[in-house]
Design a protein around this ligand. Structure first.
Ligand SMILES: Nc1ncnc2c1ncn2[C@@H]1O[C@H](COP(=O)(O)OP(=O)(O)OP(=O)(O)O)[C@@H](O)[C@H]1O
Length: 588
């Protein structure tokens, strides 16, 4: 048996990197900066007082492709290290169990230069040696090494000449733009040498700024007046950052994109998974030292540590909101006004925060939009309907009776209301069944019942085909002649019947079968208001035909008031009723 070694086809590797690993050719600038920074970090580990510095320049001459030059005064490379680290793909001087200071890990970053160049020239002098070494590598895998006679101070100089078609990535202003984009906040100064030297690195990173400065930075960067900033900190991820509270509401579950740096080098502006889902009202700028980026250096490994860091960062946001609530800060009112849907989701997830700011959250009620605090101060029993339809049926009547009923039909509201009793055991929460709602209305006296008897008997006969039972009671508002109510099951049957009318025969027969069990049952009530002026007159009408016409019309009107879509049978009632009233008017 013989032993052989795999051979790597470098051209294939470069194709893999350029087409599948990196999203854009400009990453070669990032990889060069990262290597320069790591080399300075390595030198500082040996010489803590060393002042690290990176320089960049673009050389251009007529009829020559532009060349990017990057220099650093880092640790440099010996000849042996050049063979080991530059000439072996996947070899790195930075990967060890205890080493966390370096940005690079994989030993492939330098290859990204072959996406834009046919040759990489490295001239280096190690702090451990007097020799200056030149290495020239090509994408076919060949390389040359020679010792230079000229001496240089320790550090590394790299020359990359543009390949045909990639010249635009070497324009001086674009190189500066790329370097700023990735390396604006790197720990050592980066200079671009042109007619005069320009410093590309900023004096301070946003995560080192005071809240006021961070707000100013956010305004300059994104032209947005953020409501406030929240300091972020994760000991596990060794992360530091700023969450900006957006001044406008965002759709629930909108994907928030965050600007994340790893060891002060930009990872990506579109990181999604670094903050919890409920935090879609903030966008953050974050520097993380302990999370591992993937080889593309554009996202993180999705591992358990990422989840823990996410939780720690989420806790910072919760802490901030908690402090606002405890201080009863008006800022919380403003944040809730803009982002209540996000905060409702958060309150559902976290009992402590629920208790702290449920009273600040707004709900639709029969008395208008009110915060839970206002509702709780108004009434000891919190009444709600489980859905929007039920709410519509009774809100007008509840309002006239000054009863506060919450509409539980909006996103998260039902769960939030039902959680109330669990978090505050003293609070009584009552679900209102709209059909049962009429039972609270005032009953008629015996004489009044007698007066209305024949009218109700006739109304029941008229409403029989619509599976609706007629009743008569006294209730507010007096100007409402009749109230149509139905149960959840009744609503379902109404909807099913309506769908049946529009469906093809096969589907209609399926619906028929589903709903047959309920056949013959009333599924709604029409409660006439004895206090209403028209009803007072109607119960005295002797003409049965006119009485029928009025009942039918009041039935359709009550449906319309409750925002129920009309079935075709009801629609024709509306049309024929109108015509018959006109005829009667003309005959009179
Ligand atoms: N400017 C430099 N100064 C000193 N050594 C360097 C420099 N640039 C590259 N090297 C050496 O070359 C090795 C390979 O670099 P390369 O960029 O390919 O990978 P890396 O930085 O180790 O890892 P990654 O693929 O994650 O970037 C480095 O580990 C380092 O030892």
């Amino acid at each position: 048996m013989s032993d052989f070694h795999f051979k790597v086809n470098l051209k294939g590797m470069i194709d893999l990197l350029s087409n599948h690993l990196y999203s854009t050719p400009q990453v070669f600038v990032r990889e060069l900066l990262q290597n320069a920074v790591d080399a300075i970090t390595a030198r500082k580990q040996l010489e803590p007082d060393h002042d690290g510095k990176v320089g960049m320049e673009v050389f251009t001459a007529e009829e020559m492709a532009p060349t990017l030059y990057v220099e650093d005064n880092g640790v440099g490379l010996t000849e042996e290290e050049v063979h080991r680290f530059l000439a072996q793909i996947g070899q790195t001087s930075k990967r060890s169990e205890y080493e966390t200071d370096f940005i690079g890990r994989f030993g492939v970053g330098l290859l990204s230069c072959f996406i834009v160049s046919e040759e990489i020239v490295v001239i280096s002098r190690s702090i451990k040696s007097e020799e200056t070494i030149e290495w020239r590598g090509r994408p076919d895998g060949s390389y040359q090494i020679r010792k230079l006679t000229q001496t240089m101070s320790p550090g590394t100089r790299i020359y990359i000449q543009s390949k045909e078609g990639f010249e635009r990535y070497f324009a001086p202003e674009r190189v500066q733009e790329f370097a700023r984009y990735y390396g604006e906040f790197l720990p050592y100064p980066i200079f671009f040498y042109g007619e005069k030297a320009i410093r590309l690195t900023a004096d301070q990173a946003p995560w080192e700024m005071s809240s006021i400065d961070a707000l100013v930075y956010g305004k300059e960067k994104w032209h947005v007046d953020f409501i406030d900033v929240i300091p972020l900190h994760s000991p596990l991820g060794d992360a530091q950052g700023i969450a900006y509270i957006l001044p406008h509401s965002v759709t629930v579950n909108a994907k928030r994109k965050h600007r994340v740096y790893v060891k002060q080098m930009l990872l990506s502006e579109t990181v999604e998974k670094i903050l919890p889902d409920w935090s879609f009202f903030v966008t953050c700028v974050l520097n993380v030292n302990h999370l591992k980026p993937t080889a593309s250096r554009e996202e993180f490994y999705d591992d358990a540590l990422l989840e823990l860091v996410k939780k720690e960062l989420g806790d910072c946001i919760k802490r901030y909101l908690r402090q606002l609530a405890e201080r009863k800060s008006p800022l919380l009112g403003e944040i809730i006004r803009v982002h209540y849907s996000s905060l409702k989701l958060l309150a559902l997830e976290d009992d402590e925060l629920y208790a702290l700011f449920i009273d600040w959250l707004p709900f639709e009620t029969s008395l208008g939009t009110m915060t839970m605090g206002e509702i709780r101060r108004l009434t000891p029993t919190i009444c709600y309907t489980p859905g929007v339809d039920e709410f519509r049926q009774i809100s007008k009547v509840a309002k006239a009776q000054s009863r506060c009923v919450i509409n539980g039909g909006y996103m998260y509201d039902l769960e939030l209301i039902e959680k109330l009793g669990r978090v505050f055991p003293d609070t009584h929460v009552e679900r209102i069944d709209s059909a049962a709602f009429t039972q609270g209305f005032t009953e008629l006296s015996i004489e009044e019942r007698e007066l209305a008897y024949s009218f109700i008997r006739l109304a029941n006969a008229v409403l029989l085909p619509y599976r609706c039972k007629a009743e008569i009671k006294k209730f507010y508002p007096h100007d409402l002649p009749a109230l149509y109510t139905t149960s959840e099951e009744g609503l379902f049957l109404r909807m099913a019947e309506q769908t049946k009318e529009e469906a093809n025969p096969l589907f209609a027969s399926i619906i028929e079968r589903v709903t047959t069990n309920q056949a013959g049952q009333d599924y709604a009530q029409l409660c006439f208001n004895f206090e209403n002026e028209i009803i007072q007159k109607v119960i005295r009408v002797q003409d049965p035909e006119l009485c029928q016409l009025i009942v039918e019309t009041l039935y359709v009107q009550a449906l319309l008031m409750g925002h129920y879509p009309l079935k075709s049978q009801e629609m024709s009632l509306l049309n024929s009723g109108l015509v018959r009233f006109i005829e009667r008017g003309l005959d009179a």
